[in-house]
Design a protein around this ligand. Structure first.
Ligand SMILES: *[C@@H]1O[C@H](CO)[C@@H](O)[C@H](O)[C@H]1NC(C)=O
Ligand SMILES: *[C@@H]1O[C@H](CO)[C@@H](O)[C@H](O)[C@H]1NC(C)=O
Ligand SMILES: *[C@@H]1O[C@H](CO)[C@@H](O)[C@H](O)[C@H]1NC(C)=O
Ligand SMILES: *[C@@H]1O[C@H](CO)[C@@H](O)[C@H](O)[C@H]1NC(C)=O
Ligand SMILES: *[C@@H]1O[C@H](CO)[C@@H](O)[C@H](O)[C@H]1NC(C)=O
Length: 358
């Protein structure tokens, strides 16, 4: 009896010693990865918390820029978390309200001869699309929903200066730019599929007889479509029509398109319905919205409304000039709040840091 229990005790001891040995070995081999797992878990929790915080962020009259940029910088170091449910939800909402596929630009299909087009900012005033103008409109919408793959929407903020984002932007399927902004291979890339022209940029004398300077200016963007808010304000229409008349015969490979004020008004109502109080949507926000409907993925670069970057270094207003940023900047524009929300929800990807170049 005593012998049996001694034998049992011995066996127990041996098992215990082996177990301990295994434990020590396991511990020694795995402390490193154990620590990694802990760090990773903590990092994941921190990212989830930040994402939640920014996904419900509200517009504020003033912000503490320092703590705001520190948190935003942490959020931007979190892995990109695109959410297909959110992407499809936004696409569906936008398709039902606004239908960029059908009505983003004026086409022969969505506009009748002699139809009166109301101005975007003043619906009492209209402009009649006569047969002559109608003839120059594109037959149909150039793009269809979700068909554009990965889109890069490239704003002009000074945050792009020295960003090295050029090759990443150029690797997108479809690149949207603004206001005939300068392009360069290193920071912003060269590829351009759609670029806006502000009617105030059309200051060419005697354009019909001497189209050279305009042709030179737009051919920098290869075969990119040019889009003009021709019906935003009445003064926009005649320069926009001149650009269309002059370029269509000379550069048929580079379509001149007009934003449809119907689309823009629907979009305006859509975002107002979601709480945005901006008086008129910025062109940037209009095109990001169109991209959310028409592109599979939307990557947003160069949208940053402050005069310092995430590391608190001063930045110029635009990446292509040395103009100082305005000082009213510490009020956060509401549209930027919406971009932060969409980013945190996984509906689009906002780029605010320099790009990895390896
Ligand atoms: C994606 O978004 C949907 C809708 O907001 C949400 O229910 C879901 O949890 C999200 N998925 C992930 C992986 O975050
Ligand atoms: C949007 O327009 C397209 C092309 O005309 C049409 O096929 C589609 O049904 C429209 N979608 C919605 C939701 O109205
Ligand atoms: C458009 O209006 C012009 C002049 O008012 C008229 O001659 C023409 O027949 C109209 N065209 C159509 C398709 O209604
Ligand atoms: C631009 O269009 C012209 C004429 O259609 C074509 O020959 C050329 O290959 C196009 N260029 C690019 C970069 O697609
Ligand atoms: C960009 O880099 C140049 C050259 O290194 C430097 O002089 C300049 O200050 C930088 N600008 C910004 C906005 O980072």
């Amino acid at each position: 009896m005593a012998l049996a229990s001694l034998r049992w005790g011995c066996r127990f001891l041996v098992v215990l010693i082996i177990f301990q040995g295994v434990c020590v070995m396991f511990y020694k081999q795995n402390t490193h990865s154990f620590r990694d797992v802990m760090t990773e878990t903590l990092q994941k929790l921190r990212c989830a918390k930040l994402r939640h915080k920014f996904s419900v962020i509200k517009p504020a009259k003033s912000i503490k820029l320092k703590s705001f940029t520190r948190e935003l910088s942490n959020l931007m170091s979190c892995p990109d978390k695109s959410n297909i449910t959110e992407r499809e939800l936004n696409r569906m909402r936008l398709r039902f309200c606004c239908n960029a596929t059908e009505s983003f630009v004026l086409t022969k299909r969505n506009t009748a001869v002699n139809q009166s087009i109301p101005y975007e900012t003043n619906k009492q005033r209209t402009f009649k699309i006569n047969a002559d103008i109608h003839k120059m409109l594109p037959k149909d919408s150039p793009w269809s929903a979700g068909a554009l793959g990965l889109c890069a929407v490239v704003g002009s903020s000074g945050i792009l200066k020295n960003s090295s984002c050029g090759s990443q932007i150029d690797s997108a399927d479809f690149v949207i730019r603004f206001n005939l902004a300068l392009i360069n291979d290193i920071d912003v890339g060269l590829k351009t599929n759609l670029i806006t022209i502000n009617p105030s940029q059309i200051r060419y004398r005697n354009l019909e007889k001497k189209p050279g300077p305009l042709v030179k200016r737009v051919s920098v963007y290869g075969n990119s479509s040019l889009i003009i808010p021709a019906f935003a304000y009445p003064f926009c229409t005649s320069p926009s029509l001149r650009v269309l008349r002059v370029l269509q015969p000379i550069r048929p490979q580079q379509p001149v398109l007009f934003f449809s004020p119907h689309y823009l008004n629907a979009l305006d109502l859509f975002w107002k319905g979601r709480g945005l109080k901006e008086k008129r949507l910025s062109t940037g926000f209009m095109l990001i919205s169109a991209a959310l409907e028409m592109c599979e993925h939307v990557h947003v670069y160069g949208f940053w409304p402050f005069d310092t970057d995430l590391q608190e270094n001063p930045i110029p207003y635009h990446y292509y000039d040395q103009k100082k940023a305005n000082r009213f900047m510490h009020r956060m524009p509401e549209e930027f709040v919406y971009l932060l929300q969409l980013h945190s929800q996984g509906a689009l990807t906002l780029h605010l840091q320099p790009c990895d170049t390896h």
